[in-house]
Ligand binder design. Structure first.
Ligand code: SIN
Length: 282
């Protein structure tokens, strides 16, 4: 296996490796797992394995989960279809900087995403290193956010375009989750800035040391949240990947955010994503 770092701060491309071999090869799997924690996103070309092998490989990291809004392959539960076609209305879920499903109490550990079909140009995906984003924050901001917690909502994101009854039913099934604004990566021990497009507000901002009067709360909190969310937009923290059919990206969802660029309609783009169940952030 050859390992080619794609930027100074995030992402490595692997060659000379067939991911399907790691279904049975423990040594190879453990090497991939440790490279994933180190580089945060691993990229591979020409992974022409079956859907069953895609699922079996991703399951080596842990059990898979479906998505309540995006559908899965009927024959391969856990393999979420992200299919964009010219004859379907363009939805806009992947083109916002996000960590997958932080509206869950236990957001995914990571994902194995494979390209089935892509436009001749466009449709790239970017990832950002959110451990570096935390590390580079000014000291006074680190102090300000050390004990903050925030709410993450499926209602305000996937639910927003739904009729009210459907939106409220979605929220009843997936109530907002609360997470620390700075989480600790359970394997690397890195501190990670953990707010993204699913984050609606801080849940413990309004304390007497921060807020003199009720009127102080919202402007201060909203500005701080906007500033923190915008850290993923900084190019020095990012890697950008151009897809080809059968390219794969494996990302650590605990330390990254990503953004799928939607610059390609009316072309087709078909991606299949195995999302691995994660732990409750602390
Ligand atoms: C996702 O946001 O999980 C999918 C990314 C992509 O389609 O490139």
């Amino acid at each position: 296996m050859r390992i080619h770092q794609l930027t100074c701060n995030i992402g490595a491309e692997l060659s000379g490796v067939n991911l399907a071999d790691a279904i049975h090869d423990d040594g190879l799997f453990l090497e991939l797992r440790s490279l994933l924690v180190r580089h945060k996103v691993l990229f591979l070309r020409d992974q022409n394995f079956s859907r069953a092998e895609h699922v079996a490989f991703a399951e080596r990291f842990g059990a898979l989960e479906d998505h309540p809004v995006a559908g899965s392959d009927p024959e391969h539960p856990g393999l979420v279809r992200i299919y964009k076609q010219p004859d379907q209305p363009v939805d806009r879920y992947e083109n916002a900087w996000h960590t997958d499903a932080t509206w869950r109490e236990a957001p995914p550990f990571g994902c194995v995403l494979r390209c089935i079909e892509c436009p001749p140009v466009g449709g790239d995906t970017l990832w950002a290193n959110m451990a570096l984003a935390y590390e580079m924050l000014p000291k006074h901001i680190k102090e300000q956010i050390a004990d903050l917690r925030a709410r993450h909502s499926i209602e305000a994101s996937f639910g927003a375009a739904m009729a009210m009854d459907k939106r409220l039913a979605l929220k009843a099934q997936y109530p907002d989750a609360e997470h620390p604004v700075v989480r600790t990566h359970p394997e690397s021990g890195e501190k990670v800035l953990f707010v993204n497009a699913f984050t609606t507000h801080f849940s413990n901002y309004h304390t007497p040391d921060r807020v003199r009067f009720g009127q102080d709360a919202n402007p201060g909190a909203a500005d701080l949240l906007r500033y923190l969310v915008s850290q993923a937009y900084i190019p020095e923290y990012q890697v950008r990947w151009r897809w080809q059919p059968y390219s794969v990206a494996i990302w650590d969802n605990r330390s990254t955010q990503h953004y799928a660029v939607m610059d390609y309609p009316p072309c087709h783009r078909k991606m299949e994503r195995a999302g691995i169940i994660g732990d409750k952030p602390y």
